[in-house]
Design a protein around this ligand. Structure first.
Ligand code: G3I
Length: 612
């Protein structure tokens, strides 16, 4: 297996494992021990490190939320002034009026206005906003505050952000200050949903004494107008909820991406599981299907098109599972990137090849037979558009060379790397139209391995060995390698006139070969970390767009759907103490968007990469 052995030690300590609170609020809202891996702590909106105003509203209006329209069916007793619009065993949703009961907050606030759109305030300065009150007694701990807001073009241009917040009107005026909606979320005049989980570990928001004010304020150097079109609170069911169900759906971060694939003019792919990982089987798991069909137009089989799955014993080709996967994709207009015809690693090399005792010539013929049969078979299914023909044939380190003793293929071919060109020739002979890639990891580091790979393809081109492109696996760290380094490596491939495909993208937060792990282990997937990952995804996609001309773009695929099912947590189970702490993908383990998805989309949409 792999593989990354980076000679670098970048500290992530400065990324911060605690979030900054406002002066009147808590010092941190992130309780690592209580956080589900892959979830964004405290808030599901875009964060910034700037603290909120701690200035309590000087005059506290009496509670004035919406008049009740029905009695909430919940064991939680929301105040009688709430209008409960729905409830479940897990949560109760209460709508807040946006036609009365609001006031401006912050020094020099000119107040609020009501219109048919909702309640508006003029964002003439930092910490100016609008709030409404919720009367005690109220259990707001872990409640999710959701607003649909709209900003004016002036606000958008000012670059300011919004901070939804809640504040206890008494005592030290403690607040929930960790929720943010960055400027990049907004389009002037368009609705944006922002949410904030009110999460104080010491349950200060379960108030019997003090009312709570809840609202939103502008941050930065804002100008323009902000309109709150609707506001609601989802109250979390307390101890009576024995099922342990939570209102996570209500607190889900939204990247505001309708469909990632629709933002790109090249394939947007994802590795999926099938029978190899039954819980996440794309053919049977409705959540996997929904997510994949929404965002991706290409799929790679994480495992089941590897050699031993398709030819477990010599001459015994077993296409059933892979066919079901390819056929499902076809029914959804999704193409397939085939992975992988030849790979030396792991259990997936069939035993008959590992144990080959015949001649090198016969071994090469057997290898060609595998390739010919598999490529032929999938030529008939015309949605398989490309293949990783040979995977990871080069060594790490300096100087890089062809793998030798650790490759069955090298050894059984008579201690020769000739198997590589034979594989490409066999694939082309079987299907003249399918794109053929050489695929490897760490070649994005523009190092000796990159140069060896370029040397190999230069030789192939000189001798007319067919090859269409290079697959950059791109299993990278949060901070390494830099986007500049990645771009330089891709440029070398572009200069050869070859296609560039990012085949297995993931951005590990923790990885034993990243950032001096475990010294700088990141224990919680805080907003700060999530936003750093968002920026990182954006920068990688941007490097691709900036470097690879449209006609050479083979596409970008991520290596997995959600954080729940990533090879990194499996492979590094021991180093990670059985915790899932790589958090490398675009969706959290509950299939919610992560900021990383926004980062990917930002690059596709030409929006500046940002950790806000
Ligand atoms: O299917 C068996 C299951 O029956 C058994 O109970 C279980 C016990 O460990 O193992 C299961 O097989 C695992 C298989 O994934 C399916 O989940 C293997 O042990 C495990 O080694 C295998 O890991 C895969 C790895 O390639 C090795 O083939 C990962 O899922 C897959 O994501 C990874 O993908 C590779 C690319 O092909 C090439 N580039 C690097 C990338 C990451 O390593």
């Amino acid at each position: 297996m792999r593989h990354i052995k980076h000679a670098f030690c970048l500290s992530l300590v400065t990324l911060g494992l605690t979030a900054c609170g406002g002066g009147g609020g808590k010092s941190t809202s992130v309780a690592a021990s209580s956080m589900a891996p892959g979830s964004v702590a405290a808030s599901s909106v875009i964060a910034s490190s700037a603290p909120a105003s701690s200035t309590p509203a000087s005059s506290v209006a009496p509670s004035s939320v919406a008049a009740p329209s029905s009695t909430p069916a919940s064991s939680i007793a929301p105040p009688s002034s709430f209008a409960a619009s729905s409830s479940s065993a897990a949560a109760t949703l209460v709508n807040l009026s946006v036609t009365s009961g609001w006031r401006g907050n912050g020094d020099g606030n000119s107040g609020i206005t009501y219109s048919s759109d909702g309640v508006s305030f003029t964002a003439a300065g930092d910490n100016l906003g609008a709030v409404t009150d919720i009367a005690a007694p109220i259990q707001l701990e872990d409640a999710v505050f959701t607003m649909i807001v709209k900003v004016s073009s002036e606000f958008k241009s000012s670059g300011a952000s919004l901070q939804p917040f809640a504040q206890i009107k008494g005592g030290a005026w403690a607040g929930e200050w960790d929720c943010w909606a960055g400027n990049d979320l907004f389009t002037a005049g368009s609705d944006v949903t922002i949410t904030c989980t009110i999460a104080e570990a010491d349950k200060k928001f379960d108030q019997t004494a003090n009312d709570v004010q809840i609202g939103v304020q502008a941050k930065g150097t804002p100008t323009g107008v902000v309109t709150i079109k609707s506001a609601s609170v989802t109250l979390k069911q307390k101890a009576s909820n024995s099922s342990g169900a939570s209102s996570s759906a209500a607190s889900a971060y939204s990247a505001n991406v309708n469909s990632l694939r629709e933002l790109a003019t090249f394939p947007i792919g994802v590795a999926v599981s099938n029978t190899d990982s039954p819980s996440y089987n794309i053919l049977t798991n409705a959540s996997e299907k929904t997510l994949v069909e929404k965002h991706f137009d290409q799929m790679t089989a994480g495992n089941i098109m590897k050699m031993s799955y398709l030819q477990p014993s010599q001459g015994n080709f077993t296409f059933t599972n892979a066919d079901a996967f390819v056929d499902y994709a076809k029914s959804k207009n999704i193409n397939i990137h085939g992975h992988a015809l030849v790979w030396h690693s792991d259990y997936q090399v069939p035993n008959f090849m590992k144990n080959w005792s015949g001649s090198a010539a016969d071994f090469l013929t057997a290898l060609e037979t595998h390739i010919t049969n598999v490529v032929d078979h999938y030529e008939a299914k015309d949605n398989l558009v490309s293949w990783d023909v040979v995977n990871e044939a080069l060594t790490d380190g300096t100087p890089s060379n062809f793998r030798t003793t650790d490759s069955t293929f090298y050894v059984k071919s008579g201690n020769s790397a000739v198997y590589i060109e034979r594989a490409f020739k066999a694939a082309r002979a079987a299907n003249a139209g399918v794109k053929l890639y050489y695929n490897d990891y760490n070649i994005e580091q523009n190092n000796s391995k990159t140069n060896k790979m370029i040397e190999m393809v230069t030789d192939f081109q000189a001798r007319s060995i067919p090859i269409d492109g290079i697959g950059f696996q791109m299993h990278v760290c949060l901070n390494y390698p830099t986007a500049t380094t990645i771009a330089a490596a891709m440029k070398k491939v572009v200069d050869k006139g070859l296609m560039v495909k990012i085949t297995e993208l993931d951005v590990a937060i923790n990885q034993p070969y990243c950032d001096n792990y475990p010294a700088n282990k990141i224990s919680a997937f805080t907003q700060t970390v999530a936003l750093a990952q968002k920026k990182r995804y954006c920068e990688i996609v941007k490097a691709y767009l900036d470097t690879v001309p449209a006609n050479l773009r083979g596409g970008i695929s991520v290596w997995g759907t959600t954080n729940a099912n990533t090879w990194l947590d499996d492979l590094y189970r021991t180093q990670f103490d059985n915790q899932k702490i790589s958090w490398p993908l675009l969706f959290d383990s509950s299939y919610n968007d992560k900021p990383a998805l926004r980062g990917f989309a930002d690059a596709l949409q030409g929006t500046a990469c940002s950790n806000l």
